[in-house]
Design a protein around this ligand. Structure first.
Ligand SMILES: NC(=O)C1=CN([C@@H]2O[C@H](COP(=O)(O)OP(=O)(O)OC[C@H]3O[C@@H](n4cnc5c(N)ncnc54)[C@H](O)[C@@H]3O)[C@@H](O)[C@H]2O)[C@@H](O)CC1
Ligand SMILES: Nc1ncnc2c1ncn2[C@@H]1O[C@H](COP(=O)(O)OP(=O)(O)O)[C@@H](O)[C@H]1O
Ligand SMILES: [K+]
Length: 506
């Protein structure tokens, strides 16, 4: 495939997603704001720090003269405040582990008790860090053994945080599960005990908590599955951590602009969809693109179809030569290839025609599979939208969590990777990463990926900025799904895209 590498920064407007949208600023929720928290989307733009990055951020605070125990008091106070607001004076059992997470637990217990909450504490054994020993001494009440501690209306899990090195012992994991199941409300301090902070996997069985109170910053386990599925709600409590060195951020809702007063359909963006033999997918993508802000959409398919909206221009392109010819149009602002393309030799030629046409490009589905482990064949700045299977086929084994894998994949291909799933990592070759999570699980239905690819192509045509376009598209897709409610099909989802666009248009 004779691909040309070129920059797509033709109409770069600056990545507002990054510069103004909050991604580069720390916006942890203060405890007061946390109390009104209704859903994960409220955490937009928050930094996501690995355990190592978190320790470095904490160290920076210590270096500035704050004592470790003072930071633990701040963390415990922030968490206790959230629990107090959520649970009032319900009887509470705080489970404390051997490290600083356990130390937070002792602070929480003391502060809740001071507010009149009936609190008991149960520990795994000795407290092993200076700060946690200090916090334990300040508790001054009895410390029960977890194995035989009676259940309580509220359970606070302060067993292990970012220092968990391996799964919990079987008996401890089981006891934690029993106590959480028996409680009306359960809170995990920093991360649920048993999750791997960076990997986002479960190292031992983890019960489902009502609320996870992240301390200082989000960690990968708060946004990556399966760990992010171990709590119903998430709050990030501000403890003064600076997250300037963060490399990954939560996806922030986009700020979209209305078309210019003198806009016409071509200045708003002409999108060409290079479709193939499986008609439905290309139609979904074209219809979605037409609803996501593009000025004009053309559907280049081997055969005519009566199933396109009237607004989409149908171009019959029976072979790759016809595709190449159709794409020789200077007005084209983006091309999407892949949905419904098929995997035949003819499909391969159509892919080649799209890739070599020299327009800003989005590659999805069969287009990704046909690349056959050669992502660097794509023009610089291309957006690809693989799900797990397509990602593995294209990039093989890459170590690390989903964020790391997306980052490395984007570097290898020199473009933007939208690594899809219940958690979606959007990575740019220049190192920027935004993570979307907490979306409607009803999205797990056939054809929604085609819809996303169409939205990506539309936003690329509108913005000319691949990373911005991908971020906007993922957010709009998720928001359309939220508005679509339950048991929608991909066709239904499209009807909700304009409302999602309207919600973010100034
Ligand atoms: N560094 C600090 O000063 C602050 C830390 N904070 C809290 O401290 C936590 C991190 O504290 P630590 O680094 O002490 O780590 P943890 O408290 O998460 O646990 C570490 C301890 O558990 C042991 N351990 C690890 N896995 C185990 C397993 N499966 N079974 C039995 N023992 C196991 C380790 O050997 C170590 O003793 C954070 O998550 C947060 O809750 C907050 O208080 C904010 C300030
Ligand atoms: N459980 C889930 N929760 C939220 N979003 C999901 C979930 N499962 C899938 N999605 C989203 O739905 C879309 C599915 O795309 P894809 O797997 O390509 O499906 P298809 O090929 O059928 O179009 C992606 O945008 C993905 O992020
Ligand atoms: K915990």
């Amino acid at each position: 495939m004779g691909c040309r590498r070129r920059s797509l920064r033709r109409r770069h407007r600056g990545c507002r997603q990054w510069a103004d949208g909050g991604c580069c600023r720390r916006r942890s929720l203060s405890p007061a704001r946390s109390a009104g928290y209704q859903g994960n989307s409220a955490l937009s733009g928050a930094a996501i720090l690995t355990a190592e990055e978190m320790r470095a951020a904490e160290q920076a605070i210590f270096d500035s003269g704050v004592a470790p125990y003072a930071l633990m008091e701040t963390a415990g106070a922030a968490a206790a405040d959230v629990i107090w607001r959520a649970g009032g004076v319900r009887d509470t059992l705080v489970l404390c582990g051997p490290g600083n997470n356990g130390g937070d637990g002792f602070v929480i217990a003391r502060l809740l008790k001071a507010r009149g909450v009936p609190v008991r504490v149960a520990a795994t054994g000795e407290s092993k860090t200076d700060s946690s020993q200090k916090a334990r001494r300040a508790w001054a009440g009895p410390v029960e053994n977890i194995a035989d501690a009676a259940p309580a209306t509220q359970i606070v899990d302060a067993l292990f945080g970012i220092g968990l090195a391996r799964g919990l012992d079987g008996a401890l994991a089981q006891r934690l599960g029993e106590l959480v199941d028996a409680a009306e409300r359960s809170y995990a301090i920093d991360v649920p005990s048993g999750v791997d902070t960076d990997g986002g996997v479960l190292l031992s069985p983890v019960p489902r908590f009502d609320l996870c109170i992240a301390l200082g910053a989000l960690k990968p386990a708060h946004v990556l599955q399966p760990a992010a599925g171990t709590f119903a709600r998430l709050i990030c409590a501000d403890i003064g951590i600076g997250a300037n060195d963060a490399k990954a951020f939560l996806l922030t809702p986009p700020d979209l602009a209305e078309p210019a007063p003198d806009a016409h359909k071509y200045t708003r963006g002409l999108v060409d969809i290079v479709a193939g033999t499986m008609a439905g997918a290309g139609i979904l993508a074209a219809t979605a693109a037409a609803h996501a802000g593009a000025g004009c959409v053309r559907h280049l398919a081997p055969e005519p179809t009566s199933r396109l909206p009237n607004a989409v221009i149908m171009v019959t392109a029976p072979d790759a030569g016809a595709v190449t010819k159709a794409l020789q149009d200077e007005r084209i602002a983006s091309v999407l290839v892949g949905p419904g393309l098929g995997r035949s030799d003819e499909a391969r030629k159509r892919l080649s025609a799209a890739v070599t046409a020299g327009h800003p490009l989005v590659v999805d589905a069969d287009g990704i599979t046909l690349l056959e482990a050669a992502p660097d064949m794509l023009p610089v700045g291309t957006i690809i939208t693989p799900h797990e299977g397509e990602f593995s086929r294209l990039f093989g084994e890459i170590t690390g969590n989903k964020i790391d894998r997306a980052r490395e994949a984007a570097r290898r291909m020199g473009g933007v990777v939208v690594y899809k799933g219940p958690d979606t990592a959007i990575a740019s070759a220049d190192g920027r990463i935004a993570v979307w999570h907490g979306g409607s699980p009803w999205l797990s239905t056939a054809g929604t990926g085609d819809v996303l690819a169409g939205i990506c192509a539309a936003r690329l045509a509108v913005t000319g900025d691949p990373f911005l376009a991908a971020c906007e598209a993922v957010w709009l897709h998720g928001e359309a799904a939220r508005r679509a409610g339950a048991a929608f099909i991909a066709d239904d989802l499209i009807a909700h895209i304009p409302a999602a666009v309207a919600a973010r248009t100034q």
